[in-house]
Design a protein around this ligand. Structure first.
Ligand SMILES: [Zn+2]
Length: 339
C-alpha cells in the first residue's frame, strides 16, 4: 500500500503521517465538469479516503476536450457525470470510497452531503452555488477552495472559516470573474492550472499543513502570460452576513418552488420541480414513445428529441431543455410535452 504512495510519502511535508491522514479524510466536490474531474482524479490518486461528488448534468461530446475522466462512450450514452466520474475514479483507485449524486444541489442537499466532510472543493460554474457553498462552509466551519476558470484565465482562493475572509466578504471589492455566462470558451491548460492550485491547497488542508496555505487570491492568464495574486487578508467584514459576528447565511434560505434556470453558455434551460420526485423513467419512455419523436434512455435519464429541441428528464424530476435559452419558451414546451 505504501509503495503506491511512495513518491508522495517521500515528499517531506506529507510523509507517512500525512499519507495516513489523507486516507482518513473525506472531500466533497461540488460539480463534475472540468474542475471537478481534475480535482477528483488527483485526490483519488493521492489516496484521500472518501470522495463525494455531486453533479446535475450528463456527459456530452463538447466536454471531452477538458473533462478528463470522460470518454466517447460516456458521451454517446449520455451517462450522468457523477456516475461516469465515480466509475472511472474507482478504476483509478479502488481503495477510495466514492459517493456519486446526480443532483442540482440545494442548501438542504448540501447540508446532508456534509456529513463527515473535511473539505469542500468548488468545481461549479456559477455563483449561485458558490455562495451556497460559502454559507454552508461557514455555518459548519469546513474549509473550502474556490476555483473558477474561463477562456485562458482562472483564479483560486482558499477559505478557512474563522480565519480568512469568506467569498461574501470579497464580493464588494474583488472582481471575481466568471460571474457572467461565458460564451468565450475555455482551454484545458487553464483548467489544469486552477486544478493544480486547488489540489495543492487541498493536500495542505488534509495533511494539516495549514502554515503552508496560500493566503492570497491567485489569478492567472496563460495566454497573456499574466500571473498575480491579491492579498485579501484585510478584507474580512465584521458585519458579513456569512462569516461576521451575527451571520444569517442568506444563501441558505431556499424556497420550495419550481426553479427555472438558464444554464451558462449552453443554450439550455433547466426546470426543477418544487420537491424532489422519484420519476418512473419506464413509464415516461412509454408515454413519450406514444407521442412520436426520438426517445433514448439509460438507467438514469431519458432523452427526448422533438422537432428542434431535446429534453432530458432525470429521475429526481428535473428536465434540461436544450436548444432554448428563453425561460418562457422552455416552460411552454415542457407543458406541451408533459401536459
Ligand atoms: Zn464574510
Amino acid at each position: 500500500m505504501l509503495e503506491r504512495y511512495s513518491r508522495q510519502i517521500l515528499f517531506d511535508p506529507i510523509g507517512e503521517k500525512g499519507q495516513e491522514a489523507l486516507s482518513q479524510k473525506h472531500v466533497l466536490i461540488i460539480g463534475a465538469g472540468a474542475l471537478g474531474t481534475g480535482n477528483a482524479e488527483i485526490l483519488a490518486r493521492a489516496g484521500v479516503g472518501q470522495i463525494t461528488i455531486a453533479d446535475r448534468d450528463y456527459v456530452e461530446e463538447s466536454n471531452l476536450q477538458r473533462q478528463q475522466l470522460y470518454t466517447e462512450q460516456h458521451a454517446l450514452n449520455h451517462v450522468p457525470k457523477a456516475i461516469a466520474a465515480k466509475n472511472r475514479l474507482q478504476e483509478i483507485n479502488s481503495s477510495v470510497e466514492i459517493d456519486a449524486h446526480i443532483m442540482d444541489v440545494t442548501p438542504e442537499d448540501m447540508e446532508q452531503l456534509l456529513n463527515g466532510v473535511d473539505l469542500i472543493i468548488d468545481a461549479t460554474d456559477n455563483f449561485d452555488i458558490r455562495f451556497m457553498i460559502n454559507d454552508v462552509a461557514e455555518k459548519h466551519r469546513i474549509p473550502w477552495i474556490y476555483g473558477g476558470c474561463v477562456s485562458s484565465y482562472g483564479l483560486s482562493y482558499t477559505i478557512i472559516p474563522g480565519k480568512t475572509p469568506c467569498l461574501n466578504c470579497l464580493l464588494q471589492t474583488i472582481p471575481l470573474g466568471g460571474a457572467t455566462c461565458d460564451t468565450v470558451g475555455v482551454i484545458a491548460p487553464a483548467v489544469h492550472m486552477v486544478v493544480a492550485y486547488q489540489t495543492a491547497e487541498a493536500l495542505k488542508v488534509l495533511t494539516d499543513n495549514h502554515d503552508s496555505l496560500r493566503h492570497k487570491l491567485v489569478y492567472f492568464d496563460l495566454w497573456k502570460n499574466e500571473q498575480s495574486s491579491i492579498d485579501v487578508s484585510q478584507m474580512k467584514q465584521d458585519d458579513c452576513a456569512s462569516c461576521g459576528q451575527h451571520p444569517t447565511y442568506p444563501y441558505l434560505s431556499y424556497h420550495n418552488q419550481t426553479k427555472t434556470t438558464v444554464l451558462c453558455g449552453r443554450d439550455t434551460v433547466q426546470i426543477r420541480p418544487p420537491q424532489k420526485v422519484n420519476r418512473n423513467l419506464d413509464e415516461l419512455v412509454h408515454f413519450l414513445n406514444r407521442k412520436g419523436g426520438k426517445v433514448e434512455h439509460n438507467p438514469f435519464l431519458v432523452s427526448y428529441s422533438y422537432n428542434d429541441n431535446r429534453m432530458v428528464f432525470f429521475k429526481d424530476g428535473r428536465v434540461l431543455i436544450h436548444g432554448i435559452s428563453d425561460i418562457k419558451e422552455a416552460k411552454k414546451l415542457y407543458h406541451q410535452i408533459l401536459g
